[in-house]
Design a protein around this ligand. Structure first.
Ligand SMILES: O=CN(O)C[C@@H](CC1CCCC1)C(=O)N1NCCC[C@H]1C(=O)Nc1ccccn1
Ligand code: NI
Length: 183
């Protein structure tokens, strides 16, 4: 199982590399890595497991964060309105997005960043994404709110981008044009 010791931190080159596309059918190793990314998120929200293994709660986890430079990440968001979102995305893409932007009013964090970095991180408010599942079946989803923000945070990891790269250096809390905050 993935534990905090397996999650690389800022300064590790894997976080600044562009991850490579995955071929299908998945090798057993790639399939196992994909399943472990999602399992980490599920475990991190289980009080007993999270406590026992000292896991930091996460709603997303990307393969580069465990030093695997492949275009794979998992999302597991259960406390949003509507049905819970829990899936592995392989070779994910944003196929279209709203003009409107949004941002987490509390700013963003990252399991690979052991410090608090303040400031608004502009994200598209609504996105249409496409990706492949573990069987190589392509799927599309329309995401908004926290799910959209999380998807963009994870996709950044596949491109070697960290959330704080988006924060305005001169004015971290600068008003983001046509943005509605997500609280
Ligand atoms: O790349 C993946 N990561 O680095 C794990 C990150 C991904 C999220 C950061 C912002 C959007 C996606 C993560 O889940 N966190 N970051 C560290 C703090 C805890 C946790 C978090 O933000 N939780 C959360 C946020 C809003 C509502 C509920 N829970
Ligand atoms: Ni992150």
């Amino acid at each position: 199982m993935i534990q905090m010791k397996d999650i690389v931190r800022e300064g590790h080159p894997a976080l600044r590399k562009k991850a490579v596309e995955v071929e299908f059918p998945l090798t057993d190793k790639t399939r196992e890595i994909s399943e472990e990314l999602l399992q980490y998120l599920i475990n991190s929200h289980d009080p007993d497991i999270a406590d026992k293994y000292n896991l930091r709660a996460g709603i997303g986890l990307a393969a580069p964060q465990i030093d695997v430079s492949k275009r794979i990440f998992a999302l597991h968001i259960t406390e949003i309105e509507g049905e819970p979102l829990s899936f592995v995305a392989i070779n994910p893409k944003i196929v279209s997005h709203s003009v409107e932007q949004t941002y987490l009013s509390s700013g963003e964090g990252c399991l690979s960043v052991d410090r608090d970095i303040k400031g608004f991180v502009p994200r598209y408010k609504r996105i249409t994404i496409s990706a492949y599942d573990l069987e190589g079946k392509s799927f599309k989803k329309r995401l908004k709110g926290l799910a959209a923000i999380a998807f963009q945070h994870e996709l950044d990891h596949l491109n070697g981008v960290m959330f704080y790269d988006h924060i305005n250096k001169n004015d971290p809390f600068q008003e983001i044009p046509n943005a509605v905050p997500f609280d």
